[in-house]
Write a protein that binds this ligand. Structure first.
Ligand SMILES: Cc1cc2nc3c(=O)[nH]c(=O)nc-3n(C[C@H](O)[C@H](O)[C@H](O)COP(=O)(O)OP(=O)(O)OC[C@H]3O[C@@H](n4cnc5c(N)ncnc54)[C@H](O)[C@@H]3O)c2cc1C
Length: 408
């Protein structure tokens, strides 16, 4: 494991810093968090700038328009971008952080050629249609059905919590192609669904923070070409585990840098007001500083492992990171509220939909221990896959392997 920059990595870092210094002042102000079309335009423009400068898809193969850089350079990119205050992936989250990498790992050459360049240029947005009203942690219980009809699958069912569905062009969709009463992990298939296909209806859902970032997705007789199937029919569970490895392995990484910066701001604020006089507050600040330092080292370790694995897919260490980061992130927002005092509760309606506003961030952080697999599910994965503990006992036996990311 290499924790310091090599000369090549240092050069990469310095070139990137210089580019960020030039390009960031040219950007328009960020649009309102709930103006989804404006956000799409803004995020796509940023992605196009990255692409033109050779910073899109850093660790993706050069043959698909990526830079072919090492995962360590990818981390440097995330670190420097966050420190410079650059926009993050925004509505390109799914495409760039897990759908694209899954396509590279699992899709047919023509599927990669069709989709990867468009994701990298910021031309096409993706969403994830995995969760259903009765299949979240127990994802393998999903019931959205796909029935073969000639060259198409005809899909019927309901998906929920589909982030950014309103602006998405394509969806990574998990469907049941096997019998409803068969082994639940074996009858699942991973499809690419065009979001403009007839029969797709979206119902936006409101979060506690007032954002409509996700939707319920109703699918009625949606015809999806068989050519849009990734991998073999019935192999979708294995492919979904590849998607999760990327989602947890790198999805939250840039936020560690953000969290360290926010902690420094909180410490400065505490020094300005009476909060610093409380020794327990000082201890909480110190504990979180150590936690985020350790998480950054853990990220480097996970990335280094993926770098040296044949498939380039993050291992179960991504669950340790996801668990610890999401819980530390909530402690950070609690600390911020305590240090600010009453101000933290009285966020006003105009500001509450903007990232960085403390009251809104605190509400938003509640989702961290749920999205991409809950903390309880991560603990099951760590217990079973890293510590080698016996599988979770369950009344319905297959549930142990079915938890979202149960990774069987
Ligand atoms: C901000 C946000 C964005 C999201 N975006 C998407 C998206 O784009 N696409 C998508 O498909 N999904 C998305 N989700 C859904 C997310 O993946 C699910 O919410 C998550 O997997 C939990 O499923 P659930 O909500 O059905 O809760 P449940 O699975 O019903 O869990 C309820 C509680 O029971 C606990 N529990 C369940 N099973 C076990 C077990 N075996 N052992 C111990 N405890 C258990 C859970 O930990 C939880 O506390 C998003 C969620 C959030 C919060």
């Amino acid at each position: 494991m290499q924790l310091r920059d090599t000369p090549d990595q240092l050069r990469f870092r310095e070139d990137l810093r210089a580019w960020l210094r030039t390009v960031l002042p040219t950007l328009d102000p960020q649009p309102s968090q709930d103006d989804w079309q404006a956000r799409r335009t803004y995020d796509s423009h940023w992605q196009a700038l990255l692409h033109q400068a050779g910073y899109a898809g850093l660790n993706w193969p050069a043959e698909y328009g990526g830079r072919g850089a090492t995962p360590t350079e990818h981390l440097i990119f995330l670190e420097e971008s966050e420190l410079a205050g650059a926009p993050y992936v925004g509505v390109n989250f799914v495409g760039l952080l897990h759908a694209g990498p899954t396509l590279i790992a699992e899709a047919a050459p023509e599927q990669r050629e069709r989709h990867i360049p468009a994701i990298l240029r910021g031309d096409e947005i993706w969403c994830q249609g995995f969760s259903e009203p009765d299949a979240g942690s127990d994802l393998a219980a999903l019931r959205t059905r796909a029935v073969r009809d000639g060259d198409h699958y005809v899909v019927d069912g309901r998906k929920i919590w589909t982030s950014h569905a309103e602006v998405a062009d394509f969806c990574e969709l998990l469907v049941r192609t096997g019998p409803a009463d068969g082994p639940k992990h074996q009858g699942i298939t991973w499809l690419i669904m065009p979001m403009d296909a007839p029969g797709v209806t979206l119902r936006p859902l409101m979060t506690a923070g007032g954002s409509t970032e996700f939707s319920e997705m109703i699918l009625e007789d949606v015809r999806i070409p068989v050519a849009n199937r990734v991998g073999a029919e019935g192999d979708g569970w294995r492919i979904a585990m590849v998607t999760f490895a990327f989602e947890r392995g790198t999805g939250f990484v840039a936020e560690v840098v953000w969290a360290r910066r926010r902690l420094a701001e909180i410490a400065a604020l505490a020094r300005e007001n009476t909060a610093w006089e409380d020794s327990e507050t000082r201890r909480r600040i110190a504990r979180l500083a150590a936690e985020f330092d350790a998480l950054w080292a853990l990220v480097k370790r996970n990335v280094s492992e993926a770098e040296h694995s044949a498939a380039g897919i993050p291992g179960p260490g991504s669950s340790v990171f996801k668990l610890r980061f999401s819980e530390a992130r909530q402690h950070l927002d609690d600390l911020h509220a305590d240090v600010r005092g009453r101000d933290a509760l009285a966020f006003d309606d105009d500001l509450c939909t903007y990232d960085g506003e403390p009251g809104y961030e605190r509400l938003r952080s509640l989702a961290y221990t749920i999205a991409a697999g809950t903390s309880q599910v991560q603990r099951n994965i760590i217990g079973e896959r890293i510590l080698g503990l016996p599988k979770e006992p369950s009344a319905t036996a297959p549930a142990a392997g079915a938890a979202k990311g149960g990774a069987r």
